[in-house]
Structures are given as structure tokens and as C-alpha cells.
Design a binder for this molecule. Structure first.
Ligand code: ATP
Ligand code: MG
Ligand code: MG
Length: 580
């Protein structure tokens, strides 16, 4: 593997490490998950990153960028990367999503264990710390309970050009705020009746610094903490605390969070000042998110596609979810290669879908088993081949890797070929089968087309040819007859029948969810075509088996629907079309 390409984050990490920022063990005594308490002493000089998904949907290709970035940096610098569920929004979160996220991070090939630490965390495990910190902030005059209604708060927050207005509750005594905060926690007040706010500056040019809400009341059951809590922290308050408790060094976010950084720092600095946290503090850095053409990458919209049955589920092979890409046949290596090629910066990133497909080809080409499939079959009858006879032909499993060995399959007098490989009246530069022409049946014999059989409507039902007995591939006579065309075939009586699912883009618009677009209107009604095809004899379509079918592309046995008796294959992507 080539040395990683440098980027602004690596430059920052290099500087931090050479300045010895994490070499001091001053973290001792700071609260946090037990596993990092011990670990922090072991690896004080190393970096810690985190991937913090909210378990409110399945991961998509955009998340893969963040996963590869965070886990990749940690591994390159011999540090740790935490998988942390940002589960602070009880209404939208479910265990199903937690399980699916764990599954996909593992599938991508990443691991959150580091030495003796199991760095899998839940923000909800820190609710007690958050609450303790909140009281400390209130006692110090850094936060207050506000009884304005949500509408009043919104109206008094001001705008980009207009300063905000202080709440009439802003200067209430700390003891009163503490009493109300405790009542909020005890469930004495209804949703929306009051909130805890940081006391910063209603005149700040950064709206996020105008007394942001820290806790709101939500009488909702949480998938992990049940009914223990009825106040839940806002993301911008919870996130810096989560990072600090886990001793994260570099907290990498997408650019939308840039405006939140001052609040992130404000919270952490206040908590250090109040003796609740110790330095060195985590620092937030932002990078641009990945936007991929012809797909939507918003969990809300992906959920809508699932709930309204536009697709068969989160793992529908047309979905840009990692579960969908896996089922479609994408390899973890292809996705890692794709994100490596994207790089990381602050420049807006609109990437063409073809880059993802190319990464798949580049990842699989050196390793995928070759095989033959016929998707639109027509019979080719070898009229001079002895009836009932068969013989074996040989082909490399992978031409790039002689060690993979050979595969073998029978030749016989009745074959399936692709319908498009015969033309009664050949167009110009057509080198395949037409009456009088010779072609090579790849890995088999050269045959000369003698005609065809038609039904009453004039449709071709069989193509007829004679084989040239001395021309078998791999024998001395193989090159005695020069041909310009090479076609794939399968012995009809040995062929394995399969259901084959051919996919097109799920959306017919390059930016289906651009601001002025209704993404549902751009759903491509023809994104799935199911056909019956034939596979090379001996093909074992065990779930997740992948092949490159010659001329046709990369395929995978569907991990849900394929069985040995009834193979079901998905086309992952076509080959670059170099076929003559
Ligand atoms: P969505 O808008 O799809 O719900 P999100 O950012 O709210 O995405 P989270 O579960 O919070 O979803 O995301 C976890 C991490 O993945 C975050 O750090 C987020 O910045 C990152 N991430 C999400 N989408 C992308 C993307 N398109 N490109 C890069 N990183 C992303
Ligand atoms: Mg989020
Ligand atoms: Mg979101």
C-alpha cells in the first residue's frame, strides 16, 4: 500500500505530536469511561479520534468517508478511534440502527479495540456526567433555566443582522435555576415549558453563541436509558462533553459544524475552569462532506425511501447505504479505495458516481474469479460435433494471478451464446457470428457460422455453425485460423439457471436533492430489471460470492435471496466497455 497522502489534518496531527501535546498525563482524575482511564496512561502520547453516528438510520457512503478518515488516521498514527453512538435524541433512535452501524463499521474492516480498551461507547452513558456538569455551570453563573416559550426564544434570538434580546429569566439567581433544573429532571414540567441555556452573549455575531439551549424537556423513552431521563442534551452541548470524557484529541466534523466550534470550546474551557475536566482538551476540525451524484445521502430521505416502499429496504442494492452497497456487491476494499482517492479538505466535494464504480473495478480486477454468464441466451448448434459428446475446456480463474489456477467447463454440441452475438445481416465492423464468418468460442474452438433457424414469425431461434476440430484453445492448432471475434458461451445442458438483477441508477437526476428539487420526483422507474440467465457450470452462488463475468461486469450472489438451488445474482457494475 502506498504511503498516505498528506492533508491538512495530518499536518495538524504532526504538529500536535511533535509539540508533545498529549505527552502530559494531566488527564488523571478526569471522569470518563473506565476503559480510557487506564488506556490514557498507556497511550498518552497518541491521538484519539472518534466516529460518532446517531443511531437513527443506516450508514451511507458519506459516512464511509468519515469512518475511513477517523479510523484511518488513528491507525496510521498508532492511536485509537472510538465508535460512539450519539444517542441523545430518544424519539428517533433504535437498537436496530445500533446493530446495523456496528455491522457496517466492522464490515469496512475497522476495529475500535485498542490495546486493552474496547472503545465502543454510547453518549447516553454520559448523561449523569452531563447533568453534573450542567449544575456546575449553573452554580457558576454560566447557565440558567429559561421559561420563555420556544417561539419567544426563537424570536428573541435575533438574526444575522439583528442582535438577540436577553430573556427576562437570564439573570435569575443560580439557586432558582438549580431548583428548576432539578424539577425538570424529576419530570415536574411538561415538554417545552422551560429549557437550560448557556449564558454567553445574545449580541454575538455568531448566532450559535446567543445563549444556546443545553437541555430540553422530552418525556420520551430512550432505547437505552428507558424512562430514567426526561431531559435530553442538545447535540452542541453533548458533543464536546462526550469528546472530552473520552479524551478525544482530534474531533473531526463536517463543515456545517464550523459555527458550533466557538461553543464547543466555550463549554470545555468553562468545565476546565470549574475543575470538572482536565487538559489537554479535544479540538474540533472540520472537513467537507461527500456529495455523490445520482444519490441522496441524508438519513431522513433514505428513511423516506424505505418507509414509502420506493425500495425494498435499507439494504436494497440500489441504496447508497453501506448495507445496500454490500448487497450490491461492493467490497469493503473498494469503498476504502474510493474514500482514499477522494482525499480530505475543506473544499466542497461533489463526486461523480463513476468514481465509486471505478474503485470497485480496481479493487476486484486483481482478485475476482472470472466466469461466464449468458444473460440473453440463444442456442448455438454445432452441427458437426458428435452427438452426446462433451469435452473439457480450461480458462484462468484470474488472468492477473496464475496461482489462482484454472477452471474447467464442458463443451458440447448445443451451447448458449448471447443473442447479440449473431446477426443475420452484420452491420459494419461486426466481427461476431453471421453466415460465413468464423469466430472463436473463447477457451474452446473456432466455429464457422452456417446459418440459423427461425420460427414462423421470422425470429431467430437457433444459430448454426461448424467447429474446426484442430483449433481448440491451448492446443498447437489454436492459432492456425485467425479470427477477429471472440465470443462467450456455455454448454446448454450443463448451464446453471439463475435469476439476475440488473440495476440502473435509482435517481434520474444528478443532484436529486438539490435545494430546488423534490427528490422523489426523480426516482428512476426502471432502476431494476430482473431476467433469467445462465451461469457457467460449477458456479456456486453462495451468498456474497463475487465474480467478474467476462464482458458483462462484476456480479455478486445476493446475500439475502440466493440459494444453492436457486441462485440470485446482482450486477454490481458493468466493465469498462472495451469489447470488440
Ligand atoms: P445525515 O444528515 O445523513 O443524517 P448526519 O451527519 O446527521 O448525517 P451522523 O450519524 O451524525 O449523521 O453522522 C456521523 C458522522 O458522519 C458525523 O461526524 C458526520 O459529520 C459524518 N458524515 C455524515 N454524512 C457525511 C458525508 N456525506 N460526508 C462525510 N461525512 C459525513
Ligand atoms: Mg448528526
Ligand atoms: Mg442527521
Amino acid at each position: 500500500t502506498p504511503a498516505p497522502v498528506s492533508n491538512f489534518l495530518r499536518t495538524i496531527i504532526d504538529q500536535d505530536l511533535s509539540a508533545g501535546r498529549y505527552a502530559q498525563k494531566s488527564w488523571a482524575g478526569q471522569p470518563g469511561p473506565a476503559s480510557t482511564q487506564e488506556g490514557a496512561a498507556v497511550d498518552a502520547a497518541r491521538i484519539r479520534t472518534r466516529f460518532p453516528p446517531e443511531p437513527n438510520g443506516y450508514l451511507h457512503i458519506g459516512h464511509a468517508k468519515s469512518i475511513c478518515l477517523n479510523f484511518g488516521l488513528a491507525s496510521d498514527y498508532q492511536g485509537a478511534c472510538h465508535l460512539r453512538f450519539d444517542d441523545t435524541n430518544p424519539e428517533k433512535e433504535e437498537q436496530e440502527y445500533v446493530d446495523a452501524i456496528i455491522d457496517m463499521v466492522k464490515w469496512l474492516g475497522f476495529d475500535w479495540t485498542f490495546k486493552n480498551e474496547e472503545n465502543l461507547y454510547f453518549a447516553s452513558d454520559y448523561f449523569d456526567y452531563m447533568y453534573q456538569f450542567a449544575e456546575a455551570l449553573v452554580n457558576a453563573g454560566y447557565a440558567y433555566v429559561d421559561e420563555q416559550s420556544a417561539e419567544e426564544m426563537r424570536a428573541n434570538r435575533g438574526t444575522l443582522t439583528e442582535k438577540g434580546v436577553n430573556s427576562r429569566w437570564r439573570d435569575r439567581p443560580a439557586e432558582e435555576s438549580i431548583r428548576l433544573l432539578r424539577e425538570m429532571r424529576e419530570g415536574k414540567h411538561p415538554d417545552g415549558s422551560m429549557a437550560l441555556r448557556a449564558k454567553i452573549d445574545m449580541g454575538s455575531p455568531n448566532i450559535n453563541m446567543r445563549d444556546p439551549v443545553m437541555y430540553r424537556i422530552r418525556h420520551a423513552e430512550h432505547h437505552r436509558t428507558g424512562n430514567k431521563w426526561c431531559i435530553y442534551p442538545m447535540y452542541s452541548w453533548a458533543h464536546p462533553v462526550e469528546d472530552a470524557l473520552e479524551r478525544i484529541t482530534h474531533s473531526l466534523c463536517t463543515l456545517e459544524f464550523e459555527d458550533q466550534r466557538p461553543f464547543y470550546n466555550w463549554i470545555l474551557e468553562r468545565l476546565v475552569e470549574l475543575g470538572q475536566l482536565s487538559e489537554p482538551l479535544p479540538k474540533q476540525y472540520e472537513f467537507s462532506r461527500l456529495n455523490l451524484s445520482y444519490v441522496v445521502t441524508s438519513k431522513r430521505k433514505l428513511r423516506q425511501l424505505v418507509q414509502e416502499n420506493h425500495v425494498s429496504g435499507w439494504d436494497d442494492p440500489r441504496m447508497p447505504t453501506l448495507a445496500g452497497l454490500r448487497r450490491r456487491g461492493y467490497s469493503p476494499g473498494a469503498i476504502r479505495l474510493f474514500t482514499d482517492r477522494l482525499g480530505v479538505s475543506k473544499a466542497a466535494q461533489h463526486v461523480d458516481y463513476s468514481l465509486l464504480e471505478q474503485a470497485l473495478r480496481d479493487d476486484l480486477d486483481p482478485v475476482a474469479d472470472r466466469s461466464v454468464a449468458i444473460l440473453d441466451p440463444i442456442e448455438l448448434i454445432i452441427t458437426n460435433y458428435p452427438e452426446g459428446q462433451t469435452e473439457l475446456c480450461h480458462a484462468p480463474r484470474n488472468p492477473h494471478n496464475p496461482q489462482a489456477g484454472q477452471r474447467e467447463f464442458p463443451f458440447s454440441g448445443r451451447l448458449y451464446i448471447e443473442r447479440e452475438d449473431f446477426k443475420e445481416e452484420p452491420p459494419k465492423k461486426y466481427f461476431r457470428l453471421f453466415p460465413g464468418n468464423t469466430v472463436r468460442l473463447k477457451y474452446g474452438y473456432v466455429v464457422r457460422c452456417t446459418g440459423c433457424v427461425k420460427d414462423e414469425q421470422g425470429n431467430v431461434t437457433q444459430v448454426l455453425a461448424e467447429y474446426l476440430p484442430d483449433t481448440k484453445s491451448g492446443t498447437p492448432g489454436a492459432d492456425s485460423v485467425k479470427v477477429k471475434g471472440n465470443i462467450t458461451w456455455i454448454s446448454a445442458e450443463h448451464a446453471v439457471a439463475a435469476e439476475i438483477r440488473l440495476y440502473d441508477r435509482l435517481f434520474a437526476h444528478p443532484q436529486p436533492d438539490a435545494a430546488d428539487q423534490d427528490f422523489l420526483e426523480h426516482i428512476n422507474p426502471n432502476s431494476l430489471r430482473v431476467i433469467q440467465g445462465w451461469l457457467e457450470p460449477g458456479t456456486r452462488a453462495t451468498p456474497d460470492a463475487r465474480w467478474q463475468f467476462e464482458r458483462l461486469g462484476y456480479f455478486v450472489a445476493d446475500r439475502v435471496d440466493s440459494t444453492a438451488e436457486k441462485p440470485v445474482l446482482n450486477r454490481t457494475t458493468t466493465l469498462k466497455d472495451t469489447w470488440v
